[in-house]
Ligand binder design. Structure first.
Ligand code: SAH
Length: 381
């Protein structure tokens, strides 16, 4: 898939060039496909099957260094070490919550910082992964976009988050779900996101997670939703709606001003028609703003005839922003109105509250007031 049309649909953003010596001299191996690695090895008269072996070590056997790939000849391990970085981020913070949630703040080679989260829920081991440094969408209640977007993440940087979270698992735990719900707008970086997810779903050399268990969450960019529908796998699509009418959504999700809810619902319907995957709409409940019975009634009108689920999430307050979690009675009334109206709604509990698990929060705390966070800092690679 070409990068060109997708990015030209978005507001023009100048991404600074990455000029680290380390980056320019060495290759981030996670940026390469098995075929690219095989041809690099082939050019050095090394059997191509070694590429598959190396990929399995990385994605399935959880190797952290080439040194650990013990069934590769020693001189091949040395050669790989000379030419490639396996992991490029350093762990700036590692937080654990009592409910088993763990969050990593990763520092990239150019100094940018991204967050990713491991959630433990019964047998599920879900990971929440970032797609950009910052975010350009400007949702008024969200910590990720407060300083705009710095740049897209590379394929390797997206995969590195998945792997570093996989390293946190015990030997008997397995990743089961991926949600692209960290920092950034995944559909504004679709080629890299799809490249990384094709490794995530690959059971031969990659992580082997079914596309049904991989969710791409978007603010709702219709042309990119159509491109996603044409992608090689029917991923689960989640659309962050947050308001039932354009007046309110324009205020909460400013990018809506040039898109509009109807265009998003039309794109969602096309996605469903093409993939037959049930859609999810997300709705962050903001106390006194979008939690009225009237909002719930309007949502019923939008959603009752669609094969869709509504995921209602109480707002996780962001320090410095004036938005609030809804009251329990508002949540109750909202819920009753939706269920009475025949909407398939799920009301989510917040997880990982004490470690600022909502999008972009940890990064801001670490930038502005590092002393207030209790962190078990770990140094890696
Ligand atoms: N840009 C994508 C994905 C990243 S955000 C999107 O908009 O879907 C993932 C979800 O978390 C979105 O629904 C977003 O609106 C929501 N979110 C952001 N900040 C939040 C907060 N403080 N509390 C609860 N949900 C939040």
């Amino acid at each position: 898939m070409s990068d060109q049309p997708l990015e030209s649909e978005l507001p023009a953003i100048e991404f600074p060039a990455i000029s680290s010596a380390k980056e320019s001299d060495r290759v981030h191996l996670l940026d390469w496909t098995t075929e690219e690695l095989a041809s690099w090895l082939g050019a050095r008269s090394i059997p191509k099957f070694r590429a598959a072996q190396i990929q399995r070590w990385i994605y399935q056997r959880r190797a952290k260094q080439f040194e650990q790939m013990t069934d590769l000849p020693k001189d091949l391990r040395t050669l790989l070490d000379e030419h490639f970085d396996l992991f490029r981020t350093t762990t700036a913070a590692h937080q654990h919550a009592a409910d088993g949630t763990e969050k990593l703040l990763l520092q990239l080679v150019d100094g940018g910082r991204i967050e990713c989260v491991l959630l433990r829920d019964g047998p599920r081991r879900s990971i929440c992964v970032s797609s950009q440094v910052g975010c350009a969408m400007g949702c008024v209640f969200c910590a990720s976009g407060l300083d705009g977007v710095e740049r897209n993440l590379t394929r390797g940087e997206i995969l590195e988050q998945m792997l570093k979270l996989q390293h946190l698992l015990e030997a008997d735990e397995r990743l089961s779900h991926i949600v692209m719900m960290g920092m950034g707008e995944p559909l504004a970086n679709l080629p890299r996101v799809l490249a990384a997810l094709s490794v995530a779903k690959d059971s031969e050399f990659g992580l082997g997670i079914s596309p049904r268990r991989i969710t791409i969450s978007t603010v709702g960019l219709p042309p990119a939703i159509d491109k996603l529908a044409a992608a090689d796998a029917p991923y689960h699509l989640a659309i962050s709606l947050h308001a039932p009418n354009d007046g309110l959504r324009n205020r909460l999700v400013p990018v809506n001003q040039t898109i509009g809810i109807q265009a998003i619902l039309d794109a969602a319907d096309r996605y469903f028609a093409k993939t037959k995957r049930r859609l999810t709409f997300e709705y962050v409940l903001l106390g006194g703003l979008n939690d009225s019975i009237q909002c719930a009634r309007e949502l019923v009108q939008l959603l009752r005839h669609r094969t869709a689920m509504l995921n209602v999430i109480p707002y996780n307050p962001v320090p410095g922003l004036p938005y609030q979690t809804p009251t329990p009675s508002a949540v109750l009334q909202f819920r009753r109105t939706l269920l009475d109206g025949g909407v398939n709604a799920m009301f989510r509990q917040r997880k990982g509250d004490e470690i600022q698990a909502a999008c972009g929060q940890l990064r801001r705390l670490r930038e502005r007031e590092p002393q207030v966070v209790s962190i078990q800092s770990t140094k890696t690679s």
